[in-house]
Unconditional design. Structure first.
Length: 424
């Protein structure tokens, strides 16, 4: 969490960032709450000092065995002071809690290189790879997969409702192949494979920035209280929660495959058909912990690692730098990788790679020791890649005129076939 000390030292930078984001976060309210907390703290400390003085006076009176009536009067004053001090302590804690709660809604400070813009239409294209595929009479992925017996949405609707799906036969095998392929590639990039919990506590969600701002998008369990992870970013970033690492331990790089669960609040009516936007989906996530001076380069590296998957699959894509109006709440800088979908004749996001600087580390208490002093690490993460959307891209770009599906060369050893055809 960004603390008030950080705000005092970086007020101009924060104001510029909020203005670029178009965010209405109220710094004046934060100033008021902090001043209220300081005033209560000062009064609390003054009253405690008075209490200490009275206690000394009473002790002196008893020691000298004089003025017992005065001692009794002073004892009455100490009793009243203790009540006042307790009330001030409670008010101070309440003010501190209110300040902390407000600060949890404060967005990260943008990297100076982030361009000003209102929405995704203002994002800056950085580079493209491959040539977008145009296929005559191209089918959408869900139509083709249903025809090939790879996807069953009707039965999943009976079991779980909308935005869920069954992958069947070659669909399930292709999904599993993609997971193994991605994990193998990223291990060669130097990532340590990790398998994480799928249920996490509220503090873990708060640490990475999902809570409290995006609570409505999370699946929440009670008795016992847990949250289903919206991405492996949450458990993996919290792996070093409230720890101080040695500088020679950095960078740390992890790759994690996991299911992800999202309510998709606010997306009703969007991508209701097919596999683009599901309540449950699978993803291979890349997470890095590094030092502040290396985080900018680490973002370029992490993004290139995600791109490698698409290059090996020969899927055309482009990389865009998100503008200030489209970037996420917790990110300082973000690159989106958008894959070309021949069925939709459009680029669609398949990975979002972000540097959070020390935003998440402050909230999760992740530090490292540098020259004998503790400083916050910088965290980064990105999809390497989203499995369902990669499956969509393969189906739409590798579909054949006869309705069959060719398998990308690098996946043939994982899938066990070069072509998926209609049965019968």
């Amino acid at each position: 969490m960004i603390d008030y000390g950080f705000i005092e030292k970086n007020r101009d930078r924060i104001m510029q960032s909020l203005q670029k984001r178009g965010d209405a976060f109220d710094l004046q309210e934060i100033d008021h709450l902090n001043q209220k907390r300081k005033d209560l703290q000062r009064k609390h400390d003054d009253e405690k000092a008075k209490l200490n003085d009275l206690s000394k006076q009473i002790g002196q009176i008893y020691q000298e065995k004089k003025e017992p009536d005065l001692a009794e009067e002073l004892k009455k004053q100490t009793t009243a002071l203790k009540v006042e001090i307790q009330a001030l302590h409670e008010a101070m804690e309440k003010a501190q809690s209110e300040l902390k709660e407000k600060l949890l809604f404060m967005p990260n400070v943008l990297d100076p290189s982030v361009e000003v813009g209102k929405d995704e239409s203002d994002n800056l294209e950085i580079r493209t790879w491959g040539n977008p595929v145009t296929i005559k009479d191209a089918k959408m992925h869900d139509d083709l997969m249903v025809a090939l017996g790879m996807l069953d949405i009707e039965r999943s609707a009976k079991v779980s409702g909308s935005r869920f799906s069954y992958l069947v036969g070659w669909g399930a095998r292709l999904e599993r192949a993609l997971v193994n392929f991605m994990l193998d590639v990223h291990r060669l990039h130097g990532y340590t494979e990790i398998s994480s919990p799928l249920l996490v506590h509220q503090d873990a969600m708060t640490g990475t920035g999902q809570l409290p701002k995006f609570k409505e998008d999370a699946f929440h369990m009670q008795d016992p209280e847990f949250y289903l992870i919206p991405t492996a970013e949450v458990p993996v970033t919290n792996y070093y929660r409230e720890e101080t690492l040695r500088q020679d331990m950095l960078p740390q790089k992890f790759v994690c495959y996991s299911p992800c669960f999202r309510k998709e609040a606010g997306s009703y009516g969007k991508d209701t058909k097919g596999l683009i936007r599901q309540h449950q989906f699978h993803k291979v996530e890349l997470v890095q912990f590094t030092t502040p001076e290396n985080s900018s380069q680490a973002l370029e590296e992490l993004t290139s690692h995600a791109e490698t998957i698409l290059q090996k699959l020969a899927l055309p894509y482009r990389v865009v730098s998100l503008c200030s109006g489209d970037i996420g709440f917790g990110a300082a800088k973000t690159y989106d990788i958008e894959v070309w979908l021949a069925g939709q004749q459009a680029y669609r996001e398949i990975s979002s790679c972000s540097c959070f600087e020390d935003f998440q580390a402050r909230r999760a208490g992740i530090k490292y020791k540098k020259d004998g002093k503790n400083d916050y690490v910088h965290t980064l993460n990105g999809s390497g890649l989203a499995i369902g959307r990669t499956l969509v891209a393969i189906v739409e770009n590798y579909q054949q005129p006869d309705g069959s599906l060719r398998i990308p060369d690098v996946l043939v050893p994982y899938v066990g076939t070069e072509m998926i055809c209609k049965e019968g």
